[in-house]
Design a protein around this ligand. Structure first.
Ligand code: PBG
Length: 334
């Protein structure tokens, strides 16, 4: 037994749970506005929004409305917004060239937000899947996802996003060597202060389903992403990936999905003491929101509990579609 643990009845752990005041004093972790990164979906058009059926309450927004959303988020005290473009299927090609078009949807949204709401940090997605005829995060040849050729494409995408004014780049592709290549390119082009939040431990997960609907990748994707995303059975491998990405120049690292992978968050935080984030992904959002809409759980309580658990697991922050909802609750004193 722990040396400071006097036996019952000297120790009654319920004493510190008796009242809200005592519980507040004994509370070990806290969820704050500064923990939130809000992922949003961007579409073409003006003053246009569509609902995403598998993510009730989440919409794709045209650039002008994304700017308004960023203003709202900044007003709530949310420090960062993360952009995911829904690309016109006509622009998807095998070489994914739209990914590094300086005027593509994502880059236009970055510029518009930085012009109107300079204080909010803009994070991006660095991966080819929104632009890829094949729906994969990398270039595909004869059914193989090419690594090194993809890294070259990601570097072009990196520079276009940095040029547009992105604060944080989020490589979500899981190619080997991309962090070092991106970091070198950023240094070389004078973008020395652009941060990289590496999707370092990203698992091949069924919980991404609603997201693929949201970015229009569901129909395009043939097969699965198991040759580049991680096996959910693995844990030591996550530590190797995080060590590698930090050594190549990542400023922050991510574990994704979130809720089924809290053990990985804890191991990563303990092993590296680096800024560690979790992505509470679309399927996790859909489960909580869907159950709440059916009256099966208390949606507000489940949302807050799920986010607090990321803090308990050692995360410095969470990417969550609940960000505005939870920010309002935090501001109201929970
Ligand atoms: C792809 C990407 C995915 C997500 C973020 N970036 C899906 C995938 O890997 O297929 C998932 C996010 C979510 O489910 O909320 N580059």
């Amino acid at each position: 037994m722990h040396p400071t643990f006097a036996p019952f009845p000297a120790t009654r752990l319920r004493r510190m749970r008796r009242t809200p005041a005592l519980r507040a004093l004994a509370q070990e972790n806290a969820l704050g506005l500064g923990d939130l990164i809000w992922p949003v979906f961007v579409r073409d058009g003006v003053n246009t929004r569509d609902q995403i059926a598998s993510m009730p309450g989440v919409e794709r927004l045209s650039v002008d409305l994304v700017v308004k959303a960023a203003e709202m988020a900044a007003g709530l005290g949310i420090p960062a917004i993360c952009l995911f473009p829904y690309t016109d299927p006509a622009l998807k090609t095998a070489d994914c060239r739209e990914a590094w078009n300086p005027d593509n949807l994502a880059n236009r949204a970055i510029r518009a937000i930085k012009a109107a709401v300079p204080d909010i940090a803009v994070m991006t997605d660095v991966a080819l899947d929104p632009y890829n005829l094949h729906g994969h995060d990398g270039l595909v040849q004869d059914g193989i996802i090419l690594n090194d050729e993809t890294v070259e494409a990601l570097v072009k995408m990196t520079l276009a996003q940095a040029e547009a004014g992105a604060d944080i780049l989020g490589p979500s592709d899981m190619m080997d060597g991309r962090i070092g290549a991106m970091r070198a390119a950023l240094e070389g082009a004078g973008h020395k202060d652009v941060a990289i939040l590496s999707y370092a431990a990203k698992y091949a997960s069924a919980f991404y389903g609603p997201f693929r609907d949201a970015v229009g990748a569901t129909g395009a994707l043939k097969g699965d992403k198991k040759t580049y995303q991680m096996n959910p059975a693995n844990s030591d491998e996550a530590l190797r990936l995080v060590a590698r990405d930090l050594a190549e120049g990542a400023d922050m690292v991510m574990v994704k999905p979130g809720m089924p992978y809290l053990d990985i968050c804890r191991r990563v935080k303990d092993a590296f003491s680096a800024p560690t984030y979790a992505y509470q992904v679309s399927g996790e959002y859909a489960m909580i929101r869907g159950a709440a809409l059916n009256g099966w759980i208390d949606g507000e309580k489940a949302m807050l509990e799920s986010l607090m658990c990321f803090k308990r697991a050692g995360c410095d922050g969470i990417l969550t579609y609940f960000a505005p909802d939870v920010a309002r609750l935090i501001r109201a004193g929970l």
